[in-house]
Design a protein around this ligand. Structure first.
Ligand code: FEO
Length: 392
């Protein structure tokens, strides 16, 4: 547990979860994570977000170390249990404390944590709360990450507490973002948690332009002492801009797809296109997600399993469907022996997305000279598409 006064009488209580390797039983965490609470000491004492139940003991140690004898308000920016999970225990210890949440937040914490209604105060979008020397403003931001989410802004010190937004899954002993190499971790976090809500975030970034922000204090990862760095990164990630990059998630059961993909990779590199092949039997799905953020093109490589693609390819397509990246083009290098319906699966999975299918290369058995020629044509088509978008 780390305690740091980030502004006068505003303390970060950071509980690192060094060894956690999976979040929501789904998301890989190669660098662990942290759960950050913030204590604002004033006439009315406020705790912003709690912590994950995994680190309850650490949070209470922080409370003890800060000699906190009274908490008047606990702000629940977001009801997911990694931030709200210890609120019931805090309410037992601080008998007069009330929880502040959005209307939907109230519904969620009542349901998830069984918090009694009379311990919850709801606030409206834009509502302010004076706590003495400081004033809090609550900003409704549905879907970063759940529909009940709010951000809290402390007006006097110009500190934004955005909970999940602008977070990173990174356990670190250095609390300031400027002391960490955090951007790749933040991009991974964006890819896995925030990317599905890209259009919402665009609107919120616009709205946040109306606020002077000197510190962004998220509830995961380092505290942003130079807010422009993470705000600029988010502006780029949520924009429609894509990179001259082809990602190739593939599976090869008997080597044919591997041969075809290796050739394809070489041709793309020769054309000056960045390439990221991902052997799905070995890859870290987080790495794949990071590259989905801004790569212009995806080419799947799959053998036919029964009549469809390999299940790992279907899983990748499902990830694509839920993460909603801004990919412009998609294609397939596929193999079969006695019949295939692979393309149909892919078309069905991407229905409704603004992504163009480039004619795939689907071949029988081992790749032949003609197959390699078709792969060259596919690479040239991608090159022309990227060129048309001025990516090359
Ligand atoms: Fe960090 Fe959506 O919880």
């Amino acid at each position: 547990m780390i305690i740091k006064e980030i502004r006068k009488n505003i303390y970060a209580i950071i509980t690192n979860d060094w060894d956690r390797r999976l979040f929501d039983e789904l998301i890989p965490l190669p660098q662990g994570t942290s759960y950050n609470s913030y204590f604002l000491k004033d006439e009315k004492n406020v705790l912003i977000d709690s912590s994950d139940p995994r680190t309850e003991e650490k949070l209470f140690k922080g409370i003890e170390e800060l000699k906190i004898e009274k908490i008047d308000y606990i702000v629940s920016n977001h009801s997911e249990q990694d931030h709200s999970g210890i609120i019931p225990e805090l309410l037992k210890k601080f008998e007069n404390a009330k929880v502040i949440a959005s209307e939907k937040g109230k519904e969620f914490i009542k349901s998830l944590l069984l918090i009694p209604e009379d311990r919850i105060i709801t606030i409206r979008d834009g509502e302010k709360l004076n706590i003495g020397d400081k004033t809090l403003e609550f900003i409704y931001t549905p879907f970063v990450h759940w529909p009940e989410t709010i951000l809290t802004y402390e007006i006097k010190n110009k500190v934004l507490f955005p909970c999940d937004l602008f977070g990173s899954h990174l356990a670190t002993s250095r609390i300031w973002a400027s002391e960490n190499d955090f951007l790749l971790g933040a991009k991974r976090y964006y890819a896995e948690i925030m990317m599905p809500f890209r259009n919402h975030i665009k609107k919120y970034l616009e709205r946040l332009k109306n606020y002077e922000i000197e510190i962004i204090a998220p509830s995961h990862g380092p505290v942003h002492d130079i807010p422009e760095v993470i705000i600029d990164a988010y502006n780029e990630w949520v924009s429609d801009n894509v990179r001259n990059c082809v990602i190739i998630p593939y599976v090869s059961m008997h080597g044919s797809i591997k041969k075809a993909v290796d050739y394809f990779v070489k041709i793309l590199i020769d054309k000056g296109i960045e390439v990221k092949p991902f052997n799905l039997t070995e890859t870290d799905l987080g790495e794949l997600a990071i590259n989905l953020v801004d790569s212009a093109t995806i080419v799947l490589g799959s053998p036919t399993v029964l009549s469809g693609p390999h299940p790992y390819i279907l899983y990748t397509l499902y990830l694509f469907k839920i993460l909603r990246p801004k990919t412009k083009f998609i294609s397939l290098i596929g193999s079969f022996l006695w019949g295939t319906n692979m393309l149909k699966y892919i078309e069905d999975m991407i229905k409704g997305f603004d992504v163009e299918i480039i004619e795939p290369v689907i071949f029988k058995g081992h790749p032949t000279k003609e197959v390699f020629e078709k792969i060259e044509i596919l690479a040239e088509r991608i090159y022309q598409k990227h060129k048309k978008l001025n990516l090359i």
